[in-house]
Write a protein that binds this ligand. Structure first.
Ligand code: EPU
Length: 419
């Protein structure tokens, strides 16, 4: 089996550039390209495993997505689409649900298998479905497929129970071509949602308020294909910042806006890490042991759930005890048992983890269960004595173009060993 080999070394140092946010922004924008016939070109997009699946999925729908250059992807969208997203592709990737809105908007029909993705909680779709029903869509789930159809999408006022990223994106892409005005109340405010709204606006959509809790969309008759760059990957950048908190050092991450990482930056400062904003990124410095601080995950601009396992990796060797509360997903602590195998002292109770900082972790073979959990185990390995092996690195590859290479550029000793 493939694995990452992680050896502790000198404190991290150097400068790296964040990749484009391929998994949580790029995949959604590839799906949004379906809204306009013609050629959409996306720059600053980097290959991760989920992207190949989205290329295949778009192919099944009748579009042709292919690499132009290393960081540029072209999506050719025909006039006629096949409104069917098959189980083999959709079952592996949560972002496949993002084809639902565009297919309904373009064809009035969609048959999309229920999506899969990381096993971090129940991941329901009720808010997507309720919003589409309010917009005039008849929708049922039969034999594992979402079957949806409408005569015409109609603008509607949608009040989300929770600021769901996915549901906000589904309404945005459906409402862009609907008849009349739509309003999303309690909308997600994540930078990835804002980047999608910016893409739609560049395509000709009329959208106001993206980045706030109320988004207004006035439907238009048609959209046009665009060429654009996707936002920098704040989760990859935050991962490297947490790596510095875990392993110590002095690093600079370029290509991101610290405002997209403000809560992570503030938590790091509370831990005793220096965080210095730069015009095109952030410098992070840590010398000595960090202090334990409590963390609770919240929708943006709160502390993102995707950073939680990474924060736990840093807190595992902090001075003191931290209480970490996960409010977004109901099963995101599975990695804790693996970290405890490395000598961490973490106990979980429902949505809470009590992390008692130990002086040192000890390297061990451990297994990644999902993308951020796998990255967190790599970070723990950097702070451990002796060698660690992180098995099942394909989970990490779903979201990070090449995490070992990014860490090696900062002087860490991490490599991928083929099975
Ligand atoms: N939820 C419902 N009903 C719905 C939709 C969501 O109950 O109709 C619940 C979910 O079960 C979950 C919570 O609401 O408990 C949040 O879900 P949300 O819809 O906000 O998340 P998502 O769109 O499924 C995206 C990212 C996740 C990231 C979350 C939160 C992608 C492909 N995934 O998921 O990314 O954690 O937003 O920011 O964009 C990751 O990168 O590791 C990752 C899991």
């Amino acid at each position: 089996m493939d694995r990452y080999l992680v050896r502790p070394g000198a404190p991290l140092s150097g400068t790296v550039r964040a990749s484009g946010m391929t998994k949580n922004a790029g995949l959604k924008q590839m799906a949004a390209a379906l809204l306009a016939p013609g050629t959409t070109v996306l720059h600053n997009i980097t290959p991760v495993d989920d992207l190949d699946m989205m290329i295949e999925l778009l192919g099944a729908i009748g579009a042709d997505a292919a690499w132009d250059r290393d960081d540029t992807l072209r999506v050719d969208v025909p006039e006629r689409l096949v409104p069917e997203a098959p189980y083999e592709l959709v079952s592996k990737m949560r972002a496949s649900i993002n084809v639902l809105g565009p297919l309904l908007a373009r064809t009035g029909r969609a048959r999309v298998a229920m999506p899969g993705g990381d096993n971090i909680g129940s991941r329901k779709l009720d808010m997507h479905f309720d919003a589409l029903a309010a917009m005039g869509v008849e929708l049922t789930v039969v034999h594992g497929y979402i079957e949806a159809q409408c005569n015409a999408l109609c603008g509607a006022r949608v009040v989300l129970d929770f600021p769901s990223v996915g549901a906000t994106e589904t309404v945005l892409t459906s409402a862009a071509l609907a008849k009349g005005e739509s309003v999303i109340e309690n909308a997600a405010r994540e930078p990835e949602v804002v980047d999608l709204a910016e893409m739609l606006t560049e395509m000709g959509a009329h959208i106001e308020g993206a980045g706030s809790s109320t988004i207004r969309i006035e439907g238009v008759d048609e959209l046009a294909a665009v060429e654009r760059s996707i936002v920098g990957d704040r989760v990859e950048a935050g991962t490297l910042m947490m790596a510095c908190a875990a392993a110590g050092g002095d690093i600079t991450v370029e290509g991101i806006a610290l405002s997209d990482l403000e809560t992570v930056g503030r938590k790091l400062v509370e831990m005793g890490v220096e965080v210095i904003p730069l015009p095109d990124g952030v410098r992070v410095r840590r010398d000595g042991r960090i202090t334990a601080v409590d963390v609770q995950t919240l929708p943006f601009p709160g502390f993102a759930t995707d950073f939680m396992p990474l924060a736990v990796a840093a807190l595992a060797t902090a001075d003191g005890t931290a209480v970490v509360t996960e409010n977004i997903f109901d099963n995101r602590f599975a990695f804790v048992d693996e970290m405890n195998r490395m000598g961490a002292d973490i106990r979980t109770e429902g949505r809470h983890a009590v992390v008692r900082g130990v002086l040192r972790l000890s390297g061990a073979p451990v297994r990644a269960h999902d993308v951020r959990a796998g990255a967190a185990l790599v970070l723990a390995g950097l702070a451990a004595e002796g060698e660690s092996e992180v098995l099942a690195p394909h989970h990490v590859d779903r979201g990070y173009p090449d995490l070992p290479a990014k860490l090696r550029a900062l002087g860490a000793d991490v490599e991928r060993i083929p099975g």
